[in-house]
Design a protein around this ligand. Structure first.
Ligand code: HEM
Ligand code: SF4
Ligand code: SF4
Length: 696
């Protein structure tokens, strides 16, 4: 029974926020982040903690990547023949082009690293359901665009890494029915590489940042006062960290791309190139399936993981005097001022506040914004809660034991306190009547005043630390109400400043909360969090920079060998049209009878293109004997073949026969040659009508 009541208190305190499945597991996964915040909070001011502003750090990293990328255009040559040497030449000027290139590489890595940490944090904090769905979905999209930018960027160096990026792209795109001529055919040997395709990739890499800007704009459209750029100290930290990493460990080139070499080793940037490690074990189709299913799961999380639909705040128009404070304060742009519906009141106030339920996350911050209690959370009505607190205080006073009132944010250290919702008594907080609230930003100045006027010994507010508020801005706004800088402000004539204590503690700091509550009742102010000294902050900042850049740098250049079966390889390929001929036959009497009178020609002729037949023998042994149908929807295009097979290194006699007529015994193009094969190299016999057989 007691447990039911406790459960109810918690449910009510969440106001109407959308709830998600797997709450307990997600809270457990959130713990390491909270521990990291606590550890860094002891030595670093929030302004210098990158893990409290991961979204903004990701934006700064993206901007550094874009600016350094534009500057690199002074040195880079976007041509498949010149790209490698132009990038390699950058290392000759380590103070300019070399540094810029490394900065470009590491800022791109930092962008994906911080975007991943950002996404993980928000997921574990359960900040993705309800009205946040748009930020979540566009977040997933922005991650994809950032990844595509990095993937195409590696292509542009045209070293071994670029080659495998191109090969893997071709492998994936060739699964789709896009190209009549498989893209993989362009990458069999150096002379066959399509320069235009290289330029298209370059162009794509240049344009994708525009798509990213658009997606990020959408990402932040529902976020008021989004901190999308780091402030100066953090910007200096990001730039400094990346610059030092660039100098200490400059970005390297792999060997130049040689298409006939196989199975080379290279330093791989796992942030972007991880698909290369999947190797031939997973077919192109399987990779598409994994991406589609994974993408659908990620994008649909706000709906599939939602346990309860949120209940948005509401405005009572009769109480609204159009002061616009809630409209200014809402952290999620959910409130707008609309023309007043009531024609009588309209004469005095032309507008009234309106909450868009689709954008509201039910934080309750607007409740504390309204001097006239015009905004409210239907699941957690302010006036009822105030009545409740007043009745607790009256009961405590009449029992001769006046108590304090603690408003504890359901996301902070106060989460999970065992509170009796009928009396506000909590065994863990003796001497206090406790109200669990959706956010510290919900606590109204007048609620504090009322509590003190009704005899509360003290008011304690347990809030999340400002940098990790579940609703972004609750702690700051609470501070400003208390300091008198944000209306409605606490009135000093009713409230002695030392009668209100605010403690900023995350959900992992319950012990500290209990200690602070005990101290507050005894009249001692909870010891304020020690502000880290400059020297300590400096050292900690360098240490965080070192660890972060070590993670980014090591993952960015971890060795990998492309998979290749041992031995040598021969590929025979052609794109060749079969003979086109008219095949005629007589119609049967039945066929003729079915046709209208004027269409009854006795002979019917169809134009057909012959399939192209291929026979390959190695040292006299037949290895391939296959016909390749014409391509195209009308089966009228060229036939295309790419036939790889493994060979032992050494000399082999290779005979290739191609037949392109309707006569199965006619082999119009024949080549026989002795070819030397090397271990881990490929030879290619390519045939086309213009040049005949060519060995590469
Ligand atoms: C390219 C990468 C990304 C950048 C630059 C970025 C940037 C940002 C920024 C600056 C904010 C506002 C923070 C604030 O002022 O409170 C934000 C919020 C948010 N981001 Fe991202 N983000 C990125 C990727 C992602 C990803 C991959 C996800 C999840 C899949 C995600 C989910 C969210 C959500 C749900 C919010 C809203 C949180 C809330 O308001 O409670 N973001 N992002
Ligand atoms: S704060 Fe209150 S009075 Fe002001 S606009 Fe909002 S609902 Fe109306
Ligand atoms: S401030 Fe009010 S309207 Fe805005 S998200 Fe929070 S509860 Fe909804």
């Amino acid at each position: 029974m007691e447990h039911d009541a406790i459960g109810l208190a918690s449910e009510v305190a969440h106001g109407g926020e959308a709830r998600v499945r797997g709450d307990a597991a997600l809270r457990a996964l959130e713990r390491p982040f909270l521990a990291l915040d606590r550890a860094l909070g002891r030595v670093l001011p929030d302004a210098l903690n990158p893990f409290l502003q991961t979204g903004a750090v990701a934006v700064t990293a993206i901007l550094i990547a874009v600016i350094s990328g534009v500057l690199l255009l002074f040195w880079y040559r976007p041509s498949v023949h010149l790209a490698y040497s132009s990038v390699a030449a950058m290392s000759d000027s380590p103070a300019s082009a070399g540094l810029l290139r490394s900065l470009h590489r590491y800022s791109s890595d930092a962008a994906i690293f911080f975007a991943l940490v950002h996404a993980a944090r928000l997921f574990f904090e359960r900040r993705f359901a309800g009205a946040r769905w748009l930020a979540w979905v566009t977040g997933v999209l922005s991650l994809v665009v950032v990844w595509v930018l990095g993937w195409t960027g590696y292509w542009l160096v045209w070293d071994v890494r670029g080659k495998y990026v191109a090969l893997e792209t071709a492998r994936l795109l060739d699964v789709l029915p896009i190209f009549a001529d498989p893209m993989g055919r362009s990458f069999l040997f150096d002379e066959g590489i399509n320069s235009l395709l290289f330029f298209v990739v370059f162009f794509f890499h240049m344009l994708a940042p525009l798509a990213l800007a658009f997606v990020l704009w959408l990402h932040l459209t529902r976020t008021a006062r989004a901190r999308f750029l780091t402030r100066l100290p953090m910007t200096i930290w990001v730039l400094g960290t990346l610059a030092i990493l660039s100098v200490a460990y400059p970005a390297t080139n792999a060997e130049p791309a040689k298409m006939t070499a196989r199975g080379e080793s290279f330093g791989m940037d796992w942030w972007y190139l991880f698909p290369l490690s999947l190797g031939p074990g997973l077919s192109g189709g399987a990779i598409w399936a994994i991406c589609l299913v994974g993408g659908a799961l990620a994008v649909s999380a706000p709906w599939t993981m939602r346990k309860r639909v949120g209940r948005s705040a509401v405005v009572e128009p009769a109480r609204c005097n159009a002061c616009e404070q809630c409209y200014r304060d809402c952290p999620y742009e959910a409130i707008s001022m609309i023309p007043r519906a009531n024609p009588v009141k309209r004469e005095k106030y032309a507008t009234e506040a309106f909450v868009d339920p689709a954008k509201c996350v039910s934080c309750g911050i607007c409740v504390a914004s309204c001097n006239s209690i015009g905004t409210d959370l239907p699941g957690f009505p302010l006036r009822d809660q105030r009545q409740q607190v007043a009745s607790w205080l009256d009961a405590a006073k009449s029992g001769g034991d006046p108590s304090g009132v603690a408003f504890v944010c359901a996301q902070s250290a106060g989460a999970g306190l065992e509170i009796d919702p009928a009396t506000g008594i909590c065994r863990e907080l003796p001497g206090w009547r406790v109200l669990e609230v959706p956010c510290a930003g919900w606590v109204h100045s007048m609620s504090i005043e009322l509590a003190l006027r009704r005899g509360a010994k003290k008011v304690l507010i347990a809030s999340c630390p400002p940098g990790s508020c579940h609703f972004r801005e609750g702690p700051e706004f609470l501070d400003q109400h208390l300091a008198g800088t944000r209306p409605p402000a606490i009135r000093e004539k009713f409230v002695a400043r030392d009668s209100v204590e605010v403690v900023y503690l995350d959900r992992g700091s319950k012990r500290e909360l209990l200690k602070a509550a005990g101290a507050a009742l005894e009249g001692a102010s909870p010891s304020p969090a020690a502000v880290p000294g400059r020297a300590l902050a400096g050292i900690a900042s360098v240490a965080v920079a070192f660890v972060t850049s070590a993670i980014i740098g090591v993952v960015s250049d971890w060795g990998h060998a492309a998979h290749a079966s041992p031995g040598a390889e021969l590929v025979v390929t052609f794109k060749h049209p079969g003979e086109r001929s008219e095949v005629c036959r007589d119609r049967t009497p039945e066929e003729l009878a079915q046709l209208p009178q004027h269409m009854r020609q006795a002979k019917v002729c169809e134009r057909a293109r012959a399939a192209v037949r291929l026979r390959v023998s190695v040292d006299g042994e037949r290895r391939v004997d296959q016909a390749y149908s014409p391509s195209g929807i009308w089966s009228d295009g060229s036939s295309v073949a790419v036939v790889p097979f493994g060979l032992t290194p050494g000399e082999h006699v290779i005979r290739v026969e191609i037949g392109d007529s309707h006569d199965p015994d006619e082999w119009s193009h024949v080549s026989e040659q002795t070819i030397e094969f090397d271990e881990r190299f490929r030879r290619v016999i390519a045939f086309d009508r213009a040049s005949g057989f060519k060995l590469h």
